[in-house]
Design a protein around this ligand. Structure first.
Ligand code: KG4
Ligand code: ZN
Length: 340
């Protein structure tokens, strides 16, 4: 008898993207992401507006994903959703929808840690069979708007944080500097674009001194602020006249800082499989830098659409949890803070 396929509906709503995805036996059939433009006018994510937009977007996103995947909702084996970390009001929309869907369809409910999802995004397989999956154990530099961690991944479920930021995340550093430069929200990808035609060696910024394999980005943010203030005193057009060079120089500094600790982690653990994950792994300089390691190590960079927040990464994590029959029940409550 032929076994019926395992089809997972993934739901992601931890921040400002509403996403629904369908994964069938580990292969992605659909990954729909609805971005929320409403925050642009405020220069950053407004939590209350994010929850309201999730409420509007979630059902259309799920309907579109089911349609794109060319399945019926009755074909879905289980539903997996992000249970944290993230904005509580945003998480509540995804978790409430998922609980209701699980109850209505009589299918298992699976909770997923958002950062776990970013890491397992490396195991998403395309429909045509394309995949590029690291072997265990591997090191994963997980860099997003809220996290910066070096994680030793021994198994789909066994992960150890070897180092992490003691203050701001790398994505936050990108976004805050972009704001100082009056770049529109979301700052990180725009700063990246400007940096591509700038001179990365034009300005230098100091590196933090943090023990172990940890990071700190708050000092960099302050030093860029003082640097800009001093330069603007001498020339009020300093930013407009040097925008691309400032972007390139700050970007290089952030990537340098990230790689100093990553190289240390590679040396200390002897692990030669190295991956990046999370929103900042979409950064062109970070991707280039990792690619330059490929002579000595096996390197893994997610496809762009699996770097920033997406439900395919939640669905793939749900798939592996399904294989372990790791389910949750209706009493589950989302949590804004949660460790990998
Ligand atoms: O993983 P993600 O989508 O959401 C969180 O879990 O936080 O990451 C969002 C972060 C933001 O800080 C955004 O500015 C940053 O990732 N980001 C980038 C780029 N694309 C997204 N930072 C630098 N360069 C990029 N190309
Ligand atoms: Zn994320």
């Amino acid at each position: 008898m032929q076994q019926s396929p395992i089809i997972i509906l993934g739901i992601e709503s931890s921040c400002d993207d509403t996403s629904a995805a369908i994964i069938k036996n580990g292969k992605v059939l659909a990954n729909v992401v609805a971005n929320q433009d409403v925050h642009r006018a405020y220069g950053g994510v407004v939590p209350e507006l994010a929850s309201r937009a999730h409420q509007q977007n979630i059902i259309p996103a799920v309907v579109e994903a089911i349609k794109k995947a060319k399945i019926n909702k009755e074909d879905i084996t289980a539903i997996a959703f992000t249970n944290g970390p993230g904005l509580l009001g945003s998480l509540l929309v995804g978790s409430s929808f998922s609980k209701a869907f699980s109850l209505a369809m009589g299918i298992p409910l699976i909770e997923v840690n958002h950062m776990h999802g970013h890491i397992l995004a490396h195991f998403i397989e395309e429909m045509d069979g394309t995949k590029n999956q690291p072997n265990f154990p591997f090191l994963c530099l997980t860099v997003s708007g809220g996290h910066t961690q070096i994680v030793k991944v021994t198994d789909y479920f066994k992960m150890e944080v070897l180092g992490e930021t003691i203050d701001d995340a790398a994505g936050e550093a990108f976004d805050k500097v972009a704001k100082m430069l009056s770049l529109p929200y979301p700052g990180g990808p725009i700063l990246d674009k400007k940096a591509q035609s700038g001179d990365a060696n034009k300005f230098t910024f100091t590196h933090p001194k943090v023990p172990g394999l940890n990071y700190s980005f708050s000092g960099l943010k302050t030093s860029v602020l003082y640097f800009l203030k001093a330069e603007l005193k001498k020339n009020e057009n300093f930013i407009t006249e040097n925008l691309n060079d400032i972007c390139a120089s700050v970007q290089k500094t952030i990537v340098d800082i990230l790689f100093i600790e990553l190289k240390k982690a590679i040396k200390e653990t002897g692990i030669k499989e190295v991956a990046i994950a999370g929103g900042v792994s979409a950064n062109s300089e970070l991707r280039k830098r990792l690619a330059s390691f490929s002579k000595d190590y096996n390197v893994f960079t997610p496809k762009f659409e699996y770097c920033t927040d997406n439900a395919a990464m939640i669905a793939i994590t749900g798939y592996y949890k399904y294989l372990q029959q790791d389910f949750t029940d209706q009493r589950v409550a989302p949590s804004a803070r949660m460790k990998v």
